[in-house]
Design a binder for this molecule. Sequence first.
Ligand code: GRG
Length: 292
Amino acid sequence: MPSKYPENTRLLIEEGLRKYFPKTRRPKEIYEAMSYSLFSGGKRFRAVLVVESARVFGRDPEFVLPTACAVEYIHTYSLIHDDLPAIDNDYLRRGKPACHTVYGEDVAILAGDALYSEAFRLISGVQEADDPRRIIWVINELATASGVAGMVGGQVVDIKSEGVDVDAETLDFIHEKKTGEFIKASVRAGAILAGATEAELDLLTDYAKYLGLAFQITDDILDEIGDTAVLGKTVGSDKRQEKATYPKVHGLEAAKEMAKLTTGNARDMLKGLNGDGSVLAGLADFVYERNY
Ligand code: GRG
């Protein structure tokens, strides 16, 4: 991992995922499929955001670990479903055959569904907070961001825009909903559990909006000029499916410039914070510089 990535946090999340993964093993197929996708690598970026956002307010990583792991469950769920033949039809994920390639479409769909429910079981059953209303608040934010007003809504417009000439506004809508809202909810979840005020949350929300946009622009650029072996997923998949992407709508060079600008904007939003935002700033740089 590059130096700006909080590797210790990533390792802590790996431990948390193992600790909280359901101990039941029947029916065997579904637990195997869930665990295959959950433990197949990945940057754990959204879970890292939960932990690092709470740390700004002086909270230990362990305090928000159940929610950080739940966020990773939801993310893994979205990847499993995204790769399905009915959606993006990708056979490679995190350098390995996609879940449906190994376990079949039926089990892969159910593994995604099960991870999604496990996420909310984990937060509602294990997460603690000084004020329990903050747990409900977090559940509401994550459900909204992953539902029709977020990931699902963005994905629908994404699918329906394949092969269509999409304008810049529609492109922004797709990515804000499909990727941005969940990144924003991850940042906010850590801060909410750590007891952030509305004013502090507003600053972090603006940071997260720029971060999510930079993340997606980089993702689109990597799909165009990245390396399949490094990325762990097939390069050129967007082009093959005639997807709306930043390089397609704005041109590759303009997209690179946009990624740089939005990363700078994300960093700027942290300046008003009272706590130490240096790790979050480093994560913005990571998003811009990443090659995977
Ligand atoms: C599952 C809630 C839900 C909805 C189903 C399939 C779908 C609707 C939405 C797709 C959302 C999706 C997969 C967006 C792509 C986001 C993206 C850029 C994923 C790659 O994230 P990384 O780079 O991956 O963080 P790693 O492997 O590092 O975890």
